[in-house]
Design a protein around this ligand. Structure first.
Ligand SMILES: [Zn+2]
Length: 222
């Protein structure tokens, strides 16, 4: 309650003051608005030791930066009417580690983050048996992501250049992107486009199908 009151104080100022009057009683020495704000608990990402946490934070900052350029690329394709929404897009990413030191480091941060995700299996693989970059699909809100590494150096650093269909942005010169229209059918539950080896049932992608099956199992147990 102590934590909750201090958290809600900026938005529910009178209510939080009244509630804290009641529960803190005589121990209340000052207004809830003068009390220290809650310190977030230290979270251990991916179960890694504390000394490795700054690098994990850097990985996420890098992903945030990548998201910025992906959004730009998607917007360009939306204007060209290749896709109407980002979920109609399939994204091909190519990380180039032959670039300058700073770029190389950023590229490596992204690859390391994806390796951690895959290892920790927080975004599980389905029947394909390969990791499908679920983190990137969800973070960019696209239907599919393919990622590869290239050793070809890429010297075109203009702010937004098209190399064939490849797009490169100055902020992330180490990343080449291609936006394609996602193939397959549209999942009725999550609206992602999916192509699967097994015949789809009820027009659901495998992620939604397993969620629906699990829900039905729970209901039948009740
Ligand atoms: Zn789905």
């Amino acid at each position: 309650m102590n934590t909750l009151c201090r958290l809600m104080a900026p938005v529910l100022s009178f209510l939080s003051e009244e509630v804290s009057d009641y529960y803190q009683g005589k121990q209340k020495t000052c207004s809830v608005h003068l009390q220290d704000f809650v310190k977030p608990p230290l979270v251990s990402y991916y179960g890694l030791p504390e000394e490795e946490q700054p690098r994990v934070r850097k990985m996420w900052q890098c992903l945030k930066k990548v998201r910025g350029v992906v959004m730009k690329a998607l917007e360009e394709q939306r204007k060209k009417k290749l896709v109407k929404s980002s979920l109609e897009a399939s994204l091909v990413l190519q990380v180039n580690l032959t670039e300058e030191e700073k770029d190389k480091e950023e590229g490596q941060l992204l690859l390391d983050l994806l390796a951690l995700e895959e290892k920790n299996n927080t975004h599980n693989t389905h029947n394909t048996g390969t990791y499908d970059y679920r983190l990137l699909q969800d973070y960019f809100v696209v239907s599919e992501v393919q990622l590869s590494q290239t050793q070809h150096s890429n010297h075109n650093h203009s702010s937004s250049s098209m190399e064939g269909e490849w797009m490169v942005y100055e902020e992330c010169a180490w990343l080449r992107m291609k936006v394609k229209r996602a193939g397959g059918g549209k999942c009725e539950r999550c609206w992602r486009y999916f192509e699967e080896v097994t015949p789809p049932s009820e027009d659901l992608c495998c992620r939604c199908r397993s969620a629906v099956v699990a829900q039905r199992q729970r209901q039948s147990q009740d």
